[in-house]
Design a protein around this ligand. Sequence first.
Ligand code: HEM
Length: 509
Amino acid sequence: MPSVTALKSKDGAVYTTSTGAPVAEPYAVQKIGQIGPLLLQDFHHIDLLAHFDRERIPERVHAKGAGAHGYFEVTDDITDLTCAALFNKVGNKAPTTVRFSTVGGESGSADSARDPRGFAIKIKTEEGNLDWVFNNTPVFFLRDPSKFPHFIHTQKRDPQTHLKDADMFWDYLSLNPESIHQVMILFSDRGTPNGYHHMHGYSGHALKFVNAAGKFTYVQIHFRKDGGFKTLDNNQATKLAGENPDYGLQNLFEDIENGKPPSWTVYVQTMTPEQAEQYRYNILDLTKIWPHSQFPLRRIGKMVLDRNPENYFAEIEQAAFSPSHLVPGIEPSTDPVLQSRLFSYPDTHRHRLGPNYNQLPVNAPIVPVANFQRDGFMAINNQKFRPNYQSSLLPLTYKPKVYENAQHELWLGYANADLSYLTELDFEQPRALWEKVFDNTQKDHFVSNVAGHISGVKSPEVKARQLSVFAAVSQDLSDRIAKAIGHPAVKPLVVKPASESVRFKPKAL
Ligand code: HEM
């Protein structure tokens, strides 16, 4: 066999240590005599092993993913809604990186798992990075952020057996019935998207767009896949999980490589603060959608993914998305789940990637950064000679910010308190899915998908409790699942009437 060391590099690259010193033989190890031991002076060998020992970084929640680069383009004038520099002119284009993901599995798990999909977007604008860290479903399992670690633990592995566990999965969901809307979507065929890039993306949360006059509007953002979304049924998803667990990753890479770049048309639904105060559902509650009939989609842009990463780890694994990476003109609402997320993501980035994660090339803004942060591990851009304190000798420019709507804040206090209550309002939208949206095939699939999963539950209390949650959506739905798993019919969970919602109280003051 010819020696690889005898070949010539095509691009002139010479084999070196990490300090750039050329090395003649990559497998050579310095040792005493023919049989060793090895020598401590062998920097090349220690360099190799010590780096290998540190190759793994912590997996993120949403550990398995796929990503690509492309651009976001503004297609419509929305300067009445936001003063964000990105949107100041139709035709503006900004470089964009996206990472799609599953949630519950590890980095090697199957792309076709029944699981929500993450849809994380980083748009590099002339006023800094704008991250939209979305999912493929318009709602979420909870509206109380303190439940999130509990919830995620039940989707991951049991602390003793280290197995996925149907009992803890349904124990959590049945104890926290506000999850039912997301459960209805998760166990439909939408719970198993066909690959990563044939799906829509949704903000779920209400965000705020603020215009140049300081007036804000609540928005929900929708990325709608051009050509529509595609799903797998349970049988196809299970088969793919065995035959090609990286199906979604491969598909995205090959479509881009073969000149079929996926694209999305981007819309907003808008709601004024006054409308929010009157609206039937609490807009800080991300277990609810805003019906399109009342809040129609307004087009704002398009996104195209047309470039694969040249290096997956550097460009996708190290990408750090956060709902708090925002730009002037786009702000968070006071939704407490969103508020908690604003903290949680950069906190995990500092742990996962280090304090200077925003200096890594994939995360670095396209505009210069000027502030008083310095040093720490991996300070790639340490701002040269710029003073590291607020200096009169070399001052910075400060851009003023407009706005506030103090009146609306009173309502927000009640709206946040309202999130602790479970009322009949929580079952209206899931019921509409069962009664009006699902056709007969979708109903059959839903019942069989839930039955297949819940029949693995050992605890009789957990099974009965989740059936009572389904019965609160529809007795017919609960009875069909009960029949499929050989369980007696269960009565609906008793919940407070819709009128007990407290967020309308300010009007009575
Ligand atoms: C209190 C609620 C939540 C908390 C505390 C939370 C926390 C986290 C954390 C710590 C990560 C890992 C980030 C990283 O290591 O880079 C993550 C990933 C992610 N989360 Fe959440 N999350 C919450 C709810 C949500 C919701 C409601 C959505 C969607 C609307 C969402 C979408 C995502 C996505 C897409 C990722 C993957 C991002 C990526 O690809 O890097 N999360 N979440």
